[in-house]
Write a protein that binds this ligand. Sequence first.
Ligand SMILES: [Zn+2]
Length: 366
Amino acid sequence: MSSPSITLDQFYHQFPKADLHYHLLGGVRLKTMLAFADKYHVELSEFDAKCYYRAHQGQTGIAKGGIEALTLLYQLMREPEDYIRVLIEVAEDAHACGVRYIETFWNPSDTELTYQQVTEALAKAIDCVEQKMGLIIRLIPSINREKSPEVAVELVEQMITFPHPYVLGLGIDYKEHQAPVEHFWKAYSLAKQHDLKLTAHCSEFGLHWRNVETGIELINVDRIDHGYTIIDNPALTEKYAQQGIPFTVIPSNTFYYKKWPDHRDWAEKHPIRDMAKAGLNIIPCTDDWHIHNTTSANCYRVMVEDFGFDLTSLRHMMINSIEASWAPQHVKTRWLTEWALAFDSLRSCLSEQPVITEAQLIKYRR
Ligand SMILES: [Zn+2]
């Protein structure tokens, strides 16, 4: 009996994926944001809420940023049940897109609840999700770099005081312009001393490549989130390609999305293509799922349709995502076999192939 054929859209949805750059609150559904506002009697009209969601910004004519959405959402989530609801909905959406593993950020310095309360609520939801869907989610508390380095140290102290097996490492996000990663060296150093993994948003928003260099050379991060302008320094790009430093890259990144609203420009100008051509270890991720109006399936579809990568490139990126994850090595070894088999099996069932012009085509091989 022959295998059933599948479309490209089904393929993007079904092959196994790991999302290593996922802000928990970026995955809050619009109706959930409105439900929280209603629950706590906070004045928030549907129109105002839609301004935070890229899917509706054309309709409202007002585009509020993802970071503003996260700030508001933290204020709207006041009970452990709210975090449980969000994580379960995040898992439902991800599961429908073939995601099998997520490492998700949240900012403990911004929550209405204590670090311990949020961690315990999320852990409870994680157990429930794993049992029901087989989807594994792990946690990366993240520094809000718009707050002081001392607040960041307090965050790491909380992580040390209340350790949890699902908390794997430390991240940093929010606006980088006035707060490069080196300002937070004490927090990172303390985390490293306690065997936590490290990642950092560096050189987002078109900022200088030196922020990536600092993250890797001074802070000793295990991964870089974004890091696009590293390609402006060919020597460092070559060095980090050889070292295999993982870069989580976001096809829907706001800075380039606004810079080149016409996606046809991405196939010529977007730094993700140059990062791939230079042999950097790149992993496509969603960043802010609902806020950015994307999904994991869409993320990989865009890599083909807008960036020009062939399907074998996606396979390499999928492998990158497993290797760069902070899952235990024996689990990663199993996934490397299982996910590759699943990818190849689904690919062999495709009833259509992507149409990529010769000029656009990139074959990413590592
Ligand atoms: Zn991010």
